[in-house]
Ligand binder design. Structure first.
Ligand code: MG
Ligand code: CA
Length: 547
């Protein structure tokens, strides 16, 4: 298998939509020339490339050690992924991009940064010590057809001895924060702490508060009263760190591989988790708006940057005392910022972090700076005032088209709990078997049906639920399944695996299969992604005639 093949992923119509093309166009034509002219990339972030515009929505998952990051991701994609290891100690100290691929596999960081179709080429400057801790796990997962997920190393708690990571961790986080659609920040309700590294990591998220969703995880492990206290403490701490704490949404969650405990706030957890999953499911729909929003953010920063550089250039002497003037200017940077704000009416919020900018300026040769170029600035203003506004009708059109698509028939009623892409499931498990295997023989079906062993026990429950014409409706099964206290998305997955003939109802065999999965899940096993042939109920196996 060549790497090229591993890298290829199916292009959908959405990938080449008009808004994206137009955004790319605007960026290359209007913004990039100014970025180049004022060396924006040396101060802030590298220029965008095609892949930055075309990639699937990304979700960045971060948090301190053992707050449940990896488990949360498994919960999202409803399966295990290659290279995931869970541990309270720094075992998973890697950045892992979990992406769609036709075959399962791992691509190491250095290889990732050379593929133009991957959105990671600009990670190169972070160096080998970072790239050795960066990898991509690819797998043929349906949810990953719509989104990609970035797992991050656990942020160190203050109690842990300070380990040097060998690369600029907050800078890498900032790089991702700038490009992702959603940032999920997990906290452990059972063990809430704020470490130095966490506070520094928050700095990396500044300006991207709108993408942030906070999850107070493992909420089923604490009493309601304690949960309220922890929630309050979390809000207070977040309020100290973020400038606009009022827009932060904190969800109560219990993303566990284990069955959750019964607690007074069980229902609250359920509702909150559904809200969060809905939010993530909607990301593909909102991706174009997010890109537009990020482009505006970037354009505003570029404008402020150009003014700063232009001002410094203007103040520099042509011959004498260059070095002392440079240091003087850096020292006065806060004053310069407010001067520019007043003179050019640039909002204070568009400016970069002053201390960071001072650090960066120290290493620069001021004599190479460029003066403010009116034509470039006019072009930038046009971008912000009219060009982007013109895109709004296009966005709305796209939205309307989607609405139409959604109302088309073909949505399966049996899919009662909702999925990322409704009606997109490959409902026929037999089609999952590669042709050559089917040719070889039917022996894969000849195994004994393992569910049979406990079937009498399952049948008893089946009949107690009063089936009509030998079948239970989705609603009835759902009601019963909810009593297992397994999370909704897990139950939805079990339903999909069990309704083998996809008629939106379960007969006694399908119901037994569902119970088999529920028991397995309660014992801590992961569910298979697709129904394996040996679990297909005997009556639903293909009929073979002996020849
Ligand atoms: Mg982890
Ligand atoms: Ca059925």
């Amino acid at each position: 298998m060549s790497l090229r093949r591993l890298w290829s992923s199916p292009k959908t119509l959405d990938d080449v939509n008009m808004v994206t093309e137009e955004l790319k166009n605007l960026y290359y034509k209007r913004l990039m020339p100014i970025e180049k002219y004022y060396s924006f990339q040396h101060f802030h972030s590298p220029s965008y490339e095609d892949a930055d515009f075309e990639n699937k929505p990304m979700v960045l998952v971060m948090g301190q050690y053992s707050t449940g990051k990896t488990t949360f991701i498994k919960y999202l994609i409803e399966q295990d992924f290659p290279g995931s290891r869970i541990g309270p100690e720094p075992t998973t100290d890697c950045f892992t991009a979990i992406m769609y691929g036709e075959t399962e596999g791992i691509i190491p960081g250095n290889a990732l940064t050379v593929d133009p179709r991957m959105p990671f080429r600009n990670l190169n400057p972070f160096g080998n010590s970072f790239l050795n801790r960066f990898k991509c796990a690819q797998l043929p997962n349906q949810i990953l057809e719509s989104i990609s997920i970035i797992d991050t190393p656990g942020i160190l708690t203050s109690a842990k001895r300070k380990l040097s990571r060998g690369y600029d961790f907050p800078a890498v986080l900032r790089w991702f924060a700038e490009r992702v659609d959603r940032i999920i920040l997990l906290f452990d309700a059972h063990k809430l702490e704020f470490s130095d590294e966490l506070t520094r990591a928050f700095g990396a998220l500044r300006g991207h508060e709108d993408k942030l969703r906070v999850v107070l995880n493992k909420a089923d492990r604490v009493e309601s009263q304690q949960l309220m206290r922890v929630y309050g403490a979390l809000m207070w701490s977040l309020g100290k760190v973020f400038k606009t704490p009022e827009i932060l949404r904190v969800y109560i969650g219990s993303f566990w591989s284990e069955p959750r405990r019964t607690c007074d706030h069980y229902q609250l957890i359920e509702m909150e988790e559904e809200d969060l999953l809905t939010d993530i499911r909607n990301l593909p729909r909102n991706a174009a708006i997010r890109r537009l929003n990020d482009l505006v953010k970037r354009a505003r920063l570029v404008r402020a940057h150009a003014h700063i550089i232009g001002y410094l250039k203007q103040e520099m002497p042509t011959i004498f005392c260059k070095e002392s003037k440079k240091h003087n200017l850096i020292y006065q940077l806060p004053v310069i910022f407010s001067k520019i704000q007043q003179q050019h009416r640039v909002p204070a919020g568009d400016f970069p972090d002053c201390t960071k900018m001072q650090e960066r300026l120290l290493g620069q040769d001021f004599s190479k700076f460029k003066a403010l170029k009116p034509s470039l600035m006019a072009s930038l203003d046009k971008l912000l005032s009219t060009d982007i506004a013109k895109l709004m009708p296009l966005l709305q059109q796209q939205e309307q088209k989607r609405e139409k698509k959604k109302s088309l028939p073909g949505v399966l009623d049996g899919d009662f709990l909702g999925t990322f892409k409704r009606g997109h499931y490959k409902r026929d498990p037999f089609k999952q078997i590669p042709e050559e295997e089917e040719e070889e023989g039917s022996d894969i079906y000849l195994d004994e049906w393992v569910v049979e062993k406990h079937k009498p026990k399952y049948d008893e429950i089946f009949h107690s639920l009063c089936p009509v014409a030998g079948k239970l409706t989705g609603t009835k099964v759902r009601e019963w399944m909810m009593t297992t206290l397994l999370p909704n998305s897990v139950l939805a997955h079990i339903w999909r695996l069990s309704d083998v003939d996809c008629d939106g109802m379960l007969d006694n065999e399908e119901f037994a299969l569902a119970l088999h999965f529920i028991e397995g899940k309660l014992e801590g096993y992961w569910l298979p992604h697709e129904l394996p042939p040996h679990l297909v109920p005997p009556s639903k196996r293909p009929q073979h005639t002996d020849e």
